[in-house]
Design a protein. Structure first.
Length: 326
């Protein structure tokens, strides 16, 4: 025969357990809200569910991790799937403080909008733990065109840490390249630099006495079209000026229109002529350096450049001119 039991006592005990269970559930689940509580008193473990989840805000709810008023709450994230971000104005922020991601293979992130990575720390590290490879950052072509990419990689072995700072603006014209503007203290700052094209002229033969007047003409080619005069230099030949100062001007001659009958637009390209001081061989030692006129430094295909000797100095022989265009 079964042991005797008091059915009334058993029913009361079950009811108490149900009441305790319900109390615990009521304590944990604190309702629905549009955001984490900002007021009220909550216990650790309390949960609030998101009452208005959307594609842009797919957080399921919030969990109280430290009791208080209102306590400390953290988001309970949902799952982000392809297509969740429907408009460029939508955004999603994920707090990843102290987060490290280690992968054995490849991580691929597909976004229909813009992905922005904001890091409060001074660096974001991309590293390959393979002992024979350095970290690689890939920029892939459009999916409809294939799966090719442009990769940027560190060398596998570095003597020290260093940073490269990119230019703060776009290049001012086509044909400019990256060069190092300054470096030191583990930093290298880059800038856009035009590649100079050099024209070197024998204005007066090496052993021939220099006299004043127009001495040389040359035509601007298609390769120099649209460039600007950026540097000039002058040297004498077999005999230097023994007194006075030798000076040379650079003149640009241009047709004002295609139908013009003459090159009536004539401009001196220098604000200050190129000079060689007495008893010097080169303009690099000049007391007064040459100055290029920014209003007349550009050249076009078909322009004629004329070299004029304004002052021949005394007993000077030979004259050689260097013009740099960028």
């Amino acid at each position: 025969m079964p042991a005797y039991t008091d059915s009334t006592t058993t029913q009361n005990t079950i009811g108490e357990l149900r009441n305790v269970s319900q109390a615990r559930r009521d304590r944990a689940f604190r309702g629905y809200r549009v955001s984490a509580p900002a007021a009220g008193t909550y216990a650790q473990g309390d949960i609030v569910l998101n009452s208005t989840p959307t594609a842009a805000n797919n957080t399921l709810g919030w969990v109280c991790i430290a009791a208080g008023s209102p306590g400390t709450w953290v988001g309970w994230p949902g799952t982000v799937t392809q297509g969740d971000i429907q408009a460029a104005s939508e955004s999603r922020t994920v707090d990843m403080a102290g987060f490290n991601l280690t992968l054995d293979n490849v991580l691929t992130l597909d976004f229909n909008a813009t992905l922005s990575v904001v890091c409060d720390a001074p660096a974001t590290v991309i590293r390959n733990t393979d002992t024979g490879q350095a970290g690689l950052l890939q920029f892939r072509e459009a999916t409809i065109n294939g799966d090719n990419y442009i990769g940027m990689r560190s060398t596998t072995s570095l003597a020290t840490n260093y940073n490269i700072t990119l230019p703060d603006a776009l290049p001012t014209r086509a044909g400019q390249v990256f060069t190092v503007d300054s470096f030191g203290g583990g930093e290298a700052r880059m800038e856009w630099t035009p590649i100079p094209q050099v024209v070197e002229l024998e204005v007066v033969e090496y052993s021939t006495a220099v006299t004043t007047g127009p001495k040389k003409y040359f035509r601007i080619s298609a390769g120099l079209d649209g460039k600007e005069l950026t540097n000039v230099g002058l040297a004498v030949g077999s005999a230097k000026d023994t007194a006075g100062t030798l000076s040379v001007s650079i003149v640009r001659m241009r047709y004002p229109t295609v139908a013009a009958a003459a090159r009536s637009t004539v401009n001196d390209m220098l604000l200050t002529a190129i000079t060689i001081d007495a008893n010097e061989w080169d303009s690099s030692d000049a007391t007064t350096p040459a100055a290029i006129d920014p209003a007349a430094d550009d050249v076009l295909e078909g322009d004629i450049i004329r070299v004029d000797v304004d002052n021949a100095g005394t007993s000077t022989s030979g004259l050689f001119l260097t013009l740099e265009f960028s």
